[in-house]
Design a protein around this ligand. Sequence first.
Ligand SMILES: *Cc1c(COP(=O)(O)O)cnc(C)c1O
Length: 485
Amino acid sequence: MSYRQARYDEPLIFEMEGENDFCLMNDDEVNVPEGMVRKELCLPEVPEMEVVRHYVNLSQMNFGVDNGMYPLGSCTMKYNPKYADKLSSLPEVTSVHPCQDEDSIQGALCLMRELEKALCAISMMDAVTLQPAAGAQGEFTGMLIAKAYHADRGQTRTEVIVPDSAHGTNPASAAMAGYTVIEVPSGQDGCVDLEALEAALSERTAAVMVTNPNTLGLFEKDIVRMAEMVHAAGALLYYDGANLNAIMGTTSPGTMDFDIVHFNLHKTFATPHGGGGPGAGPVGVKKFLEPYLPVPRIVSDEGRYRLDYERTDSIGKVRSMFGNFAVLVRAYAYIIAQGGDGLKETSQRAVLNSNYLKSKVVAAYDMPFAQLRKHEFVVSARRLAKEKGVHATDVAKALLDRGFMSPTVYFPSLVEEALMIEPTESESKDTLDRYAQALLDIAAGDPADIKASPRYTSVSRVDEVYAAKELILSWRIYQRKAGLK
Ligand SMILES: *Cc1c(COP(=O)(O)O)cnc(C)c1O
């Protein structure tokens, strides 16, 4: 066994043996569904040093933004400055409890109120709720707000229009809120086809969800016209703000006449994103929709902050307590540290890096919709697939062996063999050059060699569908499940 293999053969903590292993038994009646109750939890009693080595080894079997470039399109996997982590780890943040008396959490309420104001200024919206825990939950909140608004006006609108380039959460959120999803195709230029939009709009349309720049990295050039069309039909215009990284300080959803927007604090505003960790998906609205925002609202009376639950038109609560507070602290710290000019420069650099990298890789990859991009771009491995049998997946796996995370692949689905690359503003020119070189080397490489990747990761290729459905965490567990041992 090589050194690398040995390091990758880290057992699970449950598989380790200590001197005084012990089990915690749960004899109490607990109010959770049958089958979800853990009757016992057995842990090995291993020395501190073993525990430290165990988790450090596990962390090295993974790849993260602190290991290397991670240009996962649409996900904005940028470097998150450590000062934001440090501030969110202060005892004033970690020890505060949401059930404390308002008088004892004035600082926390002040921070949240100030963050709301900052997000209003960035988006040019009038009011913000910080409650939703993710982008998708922000979308769902936005859809409930649209529903409450139309109901108030005595209208039953049953449809939500979503472009075919949208993130999968858009149609899912609309459907969860009870709407029928109408998909509109993109035109030749990769932007929403206005004729198709016109044909889809009707008195049944509750909202149109738009991502701008869209997931191809293209700015919807007809957005002003689109907003007019949507509003003329009596519908609301929803902005998927996961990609706000592209436009801060240059334009905003409010300027483009959007009515509702969600932000992904864990993409744009310095929270490590991925691994299912906590996020935050605040929602901003124009003044006329403010009454529908979730309760409680943070209000200030003569310098004292309090929580207002007395909002008769509110859609209610969408999440327990006030949201993911530590994530809000990180975002606030980041916004304050950057300042308005810093945020603008962040977006400008994100766009510059994306176009720079694009210009280096177009020699070997097809470029559908060949205009200037915003924070991300999509190329196609179509030619490689046809000529050499090397698919987008193979390119992704070969990148892992070269020390880089792969881009997002096979999304958006309107591009065949899509590689969706978002370098983010935080990468240096040198790193971008090395990434581009890796992509060019892979395109020029021996197909058999590329298809044998990855060779140097903790696991090689897995059956992704099976792996998602059947959690097998180690080869020992696999052996047991397969009856081999
Ligand atoms: C990430 C993303 C979402 C969903 O955000 P989550 O926080 O992952 O739920 C929605 N739309 C776009 C364009 C995204 O990139």
